[in-house]
Design a protein around this ligand. Structure first.
Ligand SMILES: Cc1cc2nc3c(=O)[nH]c(=O)nc-3n(C[C@H](O)[C@H](O)[C@H](O)COP(=O)(O)OP(=O)(O)OC[C@H]3O[C@@H](n4cnc5c(N)ncnc54)[C@H](O)[C@@H]3O)c2cc1C
Ligand code: SF4
Length: 532
């Protein structure tokens, strides 16, 4: 399907010196949603996006081709003891560069936070080594925005939207799950159309969700928020433009964004408000690169918390081989979840919870991700078994650590002359305990339905990136307040997963979208009353 919106792009442009606009850096889940929400309210927005604009015609059902097209490949440097630092030092995260951000790659799983997950310090107490604080926000407050986000994204299993059908990978997992005593099992809440909706097709089960979804069934800001925003005539998207620095005036307010345009020329877009949504590495990097005499430690960083408390979930993969073919690569890739372990029950040996979901891969990704350093007979035996494989992805809450942080590299620079982001990453003992427990439970599950053998795969570069500019009621403990507004600079906002205070058991994007909708309402009201 060719997006019906692509032909209707309203070519509004704003002058560089127009200081009435809201400038948003990044067009992914946070930035793209915020752009649409503001534009729908008649607020003029300029979106600065580092990557190119894609259409559904650019999407190919080819895993590596699309990985190369969509993925943010600029070098990073990673230190620390985490296997991610050791295995993927130059690319510790898996995020996208393009209009649509990482919603181009994402799989669409949309869990809500649970009440306790907003109150991790109060619930868990002090966890040695972890830098916990409670969110200055409750489930009750965000619930109406979850409703709006689910409606907007068309999340299956919510608001009367039917769930996706059961595929083979799901059936194997569900049968095993029931045998080991789980009961909260279904085909998941996914931002994937089960029936045509909102100008997008229904899912045709061809399993290229990570590659962008050529049929348009999967919600992304590329196929939904951005074209809708542009159609209002209030939104200009500038692709291939890399934000380099946020300018701060002598009054302390931010006044514009300096960026490198598609020809490499530097431009300064003036702004009334700046919202940063570059994902959890680039967002703090941009603030740190925006140091000035007024903000010598980086913009919005009087707390010293910018870049700190990076979270990316406990992640693991479990593969099982069966006598009969499973063909696990057919069907929407995460259309199956077990929710029983997504709770806080310290008797299991760790705080916080985790979800188990199916996560299908095609043969090229399967061979690469199964065991990134795999070799020899044991490895090739698993590759040969591809069509007899079932699998589970494990994802759970990880602890915020002050030392898991993004800083600016002291010597290495990118082609714009900006210091590379440097990420330090250690795993907290709570994560090891959760991982061991969840691997064992998954092994038991597959053995209960007659698996021939089970393989525990390693974590991959982080696709869920959170923290680094977190929300906190106490401004010495965080970067932004309950609206994502900088404690230091009142017309500067963080609008992506960087503002997360804890990582919760499940995937972050529904919450990023809900927060963006909520932030847009706040911004519009503050602008109306001239408080911003
Ligand atoms: C393979 C994969 C599967 C996933 N599956 C799920 C899932 O099932 N459920 C879920 O909830 N989440 C999932 N995610 C994660 C989800 O995609 C992210 O949580 C979400 O997109 C993050 O939103 P964001 O706004 O923080 O950043 P992004 O969506 O990454 O957007 C950031 C944008 O900012 C741009 N940018 C960055 N720096 C600059 C700069 N200096 N100047 C200009 N532009 C800049 C980037 O190019 C990018 O387009 C998945 C991710 C991947 C990669
Ligand atoms: S399985 Fe559904 S959501 Fe995934 S790529 Fe195919 S049509 Fe899109």
């Amino acid at each position: 399907m060719d997006s019906e919106y692509n032909d209707e792009v309203a070519a509004v442009t704003f002058a560089y010196d127009d200081d009435s606009v809201v400038v948003i850096v990044g067009s992914g889940a946070g930035g793209g949603t915020l752009a649409n929400e503001l534009s729908q309210k008649g607020i003029d927005v300029v979106v600065i996006e580092a990557g190119p604009r894609f259409s559904e015609n650019d999407i190919e059902n080819n895993e590596w081709t699309m990985y190369d097209k969509l993925t943010w490949a600029d070098k990073r440097v990673t230190t620390g003891s985490s296997p991610i630092a050791k295995n993927f030092g130059e690319a510790p995260t898996w995020v996208c560069k393009g209009v649509g951000g990482s919603t181009l790659h994402w799989a669409g799983m949309c869990p809500r936070f649970q009440e306790y997950e907003f109150k991790t310090l109060s619930t868990y107490g002090a966890v040695p080594g972890a830098n916990l604080v409670d969110w200055p926000l409750s489930l009750e407050e965000i619930s109406p925005f979850y409703d709006k986000a689910e409606e907007k994204m068309g999340v299956s299993g919510t608001h009367g939207i039917p769930r996706l059908p059961e595929n083979n990978n799901y059936k194997v997992m569900a049968a095993g799950a029931r045998r080991v005593g789980y009961s909260q099992i279904d085909t998941n809440n996914l931002a994937i159309n089960t029936e045509p909706r909102d100008g997008r097709n229904a899912c045709d089960q061809i399993s290229f969700c990570y590659q962008g979804c050529r049929s348009g069934a999967k919600w992304s800001t590329m196929n939904s928020e951005i074209p809708k925003a542009e159609a209002t005539g209030h939104c200009e998207v500038r692709p291939n433009c890399m934000a380099l620095q946020i300018e701060q005036g002598s009054d302390g307010r931010v006044s514009g964004v300096l960026y490198a345009d598609e020809n490499g020329n530097r431009q300064l877009q003036k702004a009334r408000i700046v919202c940063v949504a570059g994902n959890s590495i680039e967002t703090p990097r941009l603030l740190l690169n925006s140091e000035s005499s007024l903000s010598p430690d980086g913009l919005a960083n009087s707390s010293g918390q910018v870049g700190k408390n990076y979270m990316r979930h406990m992640f693991g993969f479990v593969y099982a081989e069966f006598e009969q073919p499973v063909n696990y690569h057919r069907g929407a890739i995460v259309a199956g979840v077990i929710r029983d372990e997504a709770r806080n029950d310290p008797t299991r040996g760790f705080v916080g919870g985790y979800y188990s979901a199916i996560s299908a891969l095609g043969l090229p990704f399967y061979a690469a991700f199964l065991d990134p350093k795999g070799w020899g007979k044991a490895y090739t035996g698993w590759v040969e078994a591809f069509d007899h494989i079932a699998n589970i992805i494990l994802l759970g809450e990880d602890m915020p650590l002050e030392t898991n942080r993004v800083t600016l590299h002291t010597t290495e620079k990118d082609h714009h002359g900006l210091p590379l982001p440097s990420l330090h990453l250690d795993d907290h003992p709570n994560e090891f305990a959760m991982k061991n427990y969840s691997y064992k439970r998954s092994r038991d599950l597959y053995n209960a339905v007659g698996a021939k053998r089970v393989f525990e795969g390693p974590a991959l570069p982080a696709s869920h990136n959170m923290g680094t500019c977190r929300m906190a009621g106490d401004q010495s403990l965080g970067v932004v307040n309950r609206w994502g507004q900088s404690h230091d600079v009142n017309n500067l906002f963080i609008s992506d997963g960087s503002q997360f205070t804890s990582s919760m058991a499940g995937n972050p994007t529904l919450t990023i979208v809900a927060l963006a909708i909520r932030q847009a309402e706040y911004l519009a009201e503050q602008m109306r009353t001239n408080d911003l």
